[in-house]
Design a protein around this ligand. Structure first.
Ligand code: FAD
Length: 386
C-alpha cells in the first residue's frame, strides 16, 4: 500500500486525499489551521459568509465527481422570481438585459478565442469596443481582475461563456461551501484518511510522495522555489447584511467597470438571521487603487440595486483578497505554462494557480486528481481528468 502525504486541507488537499484513499493508498493530511477548508471555509454565523461571492459551476469536472459521491449535499436553488432580479449596470443605470453587442461574443458559432491576443483587442473586432468592454467586465465575476480585457482572449472567453451560460452554471451548496468541505472531510475520515489539523508543515517529509496542496505563496516557501509565481487578481470584498425589503436586486453586475454584488439569501435564507439579507460583493482594484476605491464602487452599486441599504444595514465587513482568487493568464500564456504539477523527486504541486485546466476551484480539483494519478500511475484517474 502506498503512503501519500498531503500538505493542506483545502478543496485541493481533500480532493487529493479522497482520490488517493479510493485508489487504496494510505493518506495523511496536514492542515495548518484548526479547521479544514482553506479559502472554501464558511464563517460559523450568524452570517454564514464564504470568503467573498462563491458558486460551484456545474460545467466543471468537480461537479460530477462531487455528485457521484453525494458530497455536494443539498443545493439552494434560486427561485425564478429572484433570478429575474439580476441587474446589469451599463452607462450608469441598471438594466435587465445585456447590451446587444455583448451578446455577439456569446454566439455558439463563435470559434475559440486566441491565446496570444488580449481579450479586448479580439472582442472589439467582433462586438465593437463597447460590447467588448461590457463582456470583459461581466466576466470579472469569475476573474477577480481589475483589467479583464488585458488578459488572454482564450482565458477570458472561457470564463465569460461559463458565467453567462443559460441555464446558469452557478450553484450554491445550502449552508455555504463549508458544508461541502465538511462532507468531503467526513468522506476522507470514513475512508481511513488521517487528518491532522493545527499542523503546519515547515519541511517536506521524505520517503513518501508528497502532494503540496497549499496556495502558491506557501508552496514557494515550503519548496524553497522562488520560481513558483503566477499572476492573480486583487479584489475588495464587501460583505453586509440588511433588513429585508421587497424588490431588492438578486445580483448586480457592473458592465461599466469590473464588479459584482449578490444577495446570497435570495437562494439560501439560512445564511442570515430571519428578516435579514446577506449581500456579498467583490470589486477588483488595480495596483494604484486602494481598498477605499473598491468600497466606494461597491457602495455606488448598492445605492442602485438596494435602495435604502444604509438605513437597513445590520452588519458589515470589508477585506482585500490579493492573489487569493486563482490564476489569471496573460496574452500568450495558458494554463499549460503555469507551475507544473510534477515537481520531481516525488513532490507534486496542486491548487488553483498550477498547470491544470478549469475555472477557479476546478483548477484545484483537476490538479489534485492529476497529482494522485501520476503518483499511483492509474490510467482510470487520468481518463477522468481528461
Ligand atoms: C473571494 C473569492 C471568491 C471565490 N469564488 C469562487 C467561486 O465562485 N467558485 C470557485 O470555484 N472558486 C472560487 N474561489 C476560489 C476557491 O476558493 C479556491 O480556488 C479554492 O478554495 C482553493 O482551494 P485550495 O485547496 O487549492 O487552496 P486553499 O483553500 O488555499 O487551501 C490551502 C490550505 O493549505 C493550508 N496550508 C498552507 N500552508 C500550510 C503548511 N505549511 N502546512 C499545512 N497546511 C498549510 C492552508 O491553511 C489552507 O487550508 C474564490 C476565492 C476567493 C478568495
Amino acid at each position: 500500500m502506498r503512503h501519500i502525504t498531503v500538505i493542506g486541507g483545502g478543496f485541493a488537499g481533500l480532493t487529493a486525499a479522497i482520490t488517493a484513499a479510493e485508489a487504496g493508498a494510505k493518506v495523511t493530511v496536514y492542515e495548518a489551521h484548526r479547521t479544514l477548508g482553506g479559502r472554501a471555509r464558511t464563517a460559523p454565523g450568524p452570517y454564514r459568509t464564504n470568503e467573498g461571492p462563491h458558486a460551484v459551476y456545474s460545467g466543471g469536472p468537480h461537479w460530477t465527481w462531487l455528485r457521484q459521491r453525494d458530497l455536494l449535499g443539498p443545493l439552494a436553488p434560486l427561485p425564478p422570481l429572484e433570478a429575474a432580479r439580476l441587474r446589469l449596470r451599463h452607462h450608469g443605470v441598471l438594466r435587465r438585459t445585456p447590451p446587444f453587442a455583448m451578446l455577439k461574443l456569446l454566439r455558439p458559432r463563435l470559434g475559440p478565442a486566441p491565446v496570444d491576443t488580449d481579450f479586448l483587442s479580439w472582442a472589439t473586432g467582433i462586438a465593437g469596443e463597447e460590447g467588448a468592454r461590457a463582456a470583459a467586465h461581466y466576466a470579472a465575476v469569475a476573474l477577480f481582475h481589475h483589467a479583464p480585457g488585458s488578459l488572454s482572449a482564450a482565458f477570458v472567453q472561457e470564463r465569460l461563456r461559463r458565467a453567462a451560460k443559460l441555464p446558469p452554471e452557478a450553484h450554491y451548496p445550502r449552508g455555504g461551501w463549508g458544508v461541502l468541505i465538511d462532507r468531503m472531510a467526513a468522506r476522507a475520515w470514513n475512508m481511513g484518511v488521517r487528518i491532522e489539523t493545527g499542523a503546519r508543515v515547515d519541511t517536506l517529509p521524505e520517503h513518501t510522495p508528497v502532494v503540496v496542496a497549499t496556495a502558491l505563496p506557501a508552496a514557494r516557501r515550503l519548496l524553497r522555489d522562488d520560481s513558483l509565481t503566477w499572476p492573480g487578481g486583487r479584489t475588495v470584498l464587501v460583505d453586509l447584511a440588511v433588513r429585508t425589503r421587497r424588490g431588492d436586486a438578486f445580483a448586480v453586475s457592473d458592465l461599466d467597470a469590473p464588479g459584482w454584488i449578490e444577495r446570497f439569501t435570495a437562494q439560501d435564507p439560512s445564511l442570515a438571521p430571519a428578516g435579514e439579507q446577506l449581500v456579498q460583493g467583490q470589486f477588483p482594484v488595480g495596483p494604484g487603487e486602494s481598498r477605499a476605491d473598491g468600497v466606494a464602487r461597491a457602495e455606488h452599486l448598492l445605492d442602485l440595486g438596494f435602495p435604502g441599504w444604509r438605513e437597513r444595514l445590520t452588519w458589515r465587513r470589508e477585506a482585500v483578497a490579493d492573489g487569493r482568487t486563482g490564476a489569471v493568464d496573460l496574452p500568450g500564456r495558458s494554463w499549460r505554462d503555469r507551475p507544473a504539477v510534477d515537481r520531481g523527486d516525488g513532490v507534486y504541486l496542486v491548487g488553483d494557480q498550477v498547470a491544470a485546466p478549469g475555472v477557479l476551484a476546478e483548477v484545484s480539483f483537476t490538479s489534485a486528481v492529476t497529482a494522485v494519478s501520476l503518483i499511483l500511475g492509474r490510467p482510470a484517474l487520468s481518463r477522468m481528468r481528461a
